[in-house]
Design a protein around this ligand. Structure first.
Ligand SMILES: NC(=O)c1ccc[n+]([C@@H]2O[C@H](COP(=O)([O-])OP(=O)(O)OC[C@H]3O[C@@H](n4cnc5c(N)ncnc54)[C@H](OP(=O)(O)O)[C@@H]3O)[C@@H](O)[C@H]2O)c1
Length: 315
């Protein structure tokens, strides 16, 4: 058990049943995913707890969808104060919560859980985290920008939903598999059909993942968001080449580290302003911290912790 309190070993594999022997003090928090060993959330959240004088310990727990119900059941009882969910657990966690916030309902996924005396409340901070990151990077909100969104998976859906919530004037979605872009478009249209958003001037459409269509879309775009995981494949080409990107473009990549090296190089060649996804991780984490503690997150402390852990991981 001593090792569980060693800050350099904040990693438990739930299959080892270590979570079943965790003490309730310091109050445990965690990120649940598979893989999870690379997650920078523990460094950032632990720094925030320590700075705020909160007696808590934040762990990584390696668990996938199959074992999630059993792990969650035990974490409810320990009791954990709350937890984050990452790939592949966000949708399963949505189903396991006792109650869901408006954000979780809108995004159909849960990335943050608050354990209120054994009652699990699911939230989603990915969308607002992206919006704050955008403002942090470029001083702009989605409502001020015509957006081309690349990717229609979980991150793409969260970003598209947030963009619509913030009344983005134009949202164009492109996905390698065009059927998936169409599915997302249909879901968004259905979701927002009977809401006040149907009366706004949102222009929502998709284009095919082909150079002429992307180039035309980019001409009417202020911001391009890469929500694909293409950069994780070292053999994949950059999602957009420099020649398609006008110099006035803002480029936000949800990836960070070496996974966005190729795309960043293309954006910089085009003269575009660029941000990676580390800010998104920071701001979704800050929102989660506030939900757990009802306090404002110490953003500078979390950012410094994240950036130094990230730099160390790049060495
Ligand atoms: N910074 C943050 O805080 C944050 C938060 C959430 C997610 N993310 C990042 O966002 C990325 C996407 O996550 P997700 O949950 O949406 O994953 P996902 O549901 O698996 O979706 C993956 C997306 O990437 C596309 N894709 C994969 N390989 C591609 C390639 N070679 N060329 C073009 N498109 C490709 C897929 O297109 P197809 O449909 O054609 O396969 C799909 O749209 C992840 O890499 C993740 O790290 C970052």
């Amino acid at each position: 058990m001593a090792s569980l309190h060693n800050r350099r070993l904040q990693f438990i594999c739930v299959k080892s049943d270590a979570v079943f022997t965790l003490p309730s003090r310091p109050v445990p928090y965690a990120v649940l995913g598979n893989p999870v060993n690379h997650s920078l959330s523990p460094v950032m959240q632990q720094a925030a707890f320590d700075h705020s004088g909160i007696e808590a310990r934040y762990f990584r727990i390696e668990v996938g969808e199959e074992d999630l119900p059993r792990a969650v059941d035990r974490m409810r009882q320990v009791p954990f104060g709350g937890w984050n969910c990452t790939v592949p657990n966000k949708i399963k966690m949505y189903q396991l919560c006792d109650r869901r916030s408006e954000s979780a309902e809108l995004f159909h996924a849960v990335n943050t859980v608050v354990n209120e005396k054994g009652h699990l409340i699911g939230h989603n901070t990915d969308g607002i985290g992206w919006s704050h990151a955008l403002y942090d990077a470029f001083g702009k909100r989605p409502g001020e920008l015509r957006i081309l969104l690349l990717g229609a998976g979980g991150a793409g859906r969260a970003i598209a939903t947030q963009a619509i919530l913030e009344k983005c004037p134009e949202l164009i979605i492109a996905n390698r598999n065009p059927g998936r872009a169409q599915d997302l478009l249909s879901q968004l249209n259905a979701q927002f059909h009977s809401s006040p958003f149907s009366r706004t001037q949102l222009n929502l459409r998709s284009v095919r993942w082909q150079e002429p269509e992307l180039e035309a879309a980019l001409r009417e775009t202020d911001l391009v968001v890469n929500a694909t995981s293409a950069g994780l494949d070292p053999k994949a080409p950059p999602v957009l080449p420099a020649r398609l990107m006008p110099g006035h473009l803002l480029v936000f990549d949800t990836l960070y580290g070496s996974a966005c090296d190729k795309f960043r190089a293309e954006a910089q060649t085009a003269g575009a302003r660029w941000s990676d996804g580390l800010r998104m991780l920071l701001h979704q984490g800050a929102a989660a911290f506030s939900l757990w503690t009802a306090r404002e997150a110490p953003l500078k402390i979390m950012r410094d912790a994240l950036e130094s852990a990230f730099s160390a991981s790049r060495r």
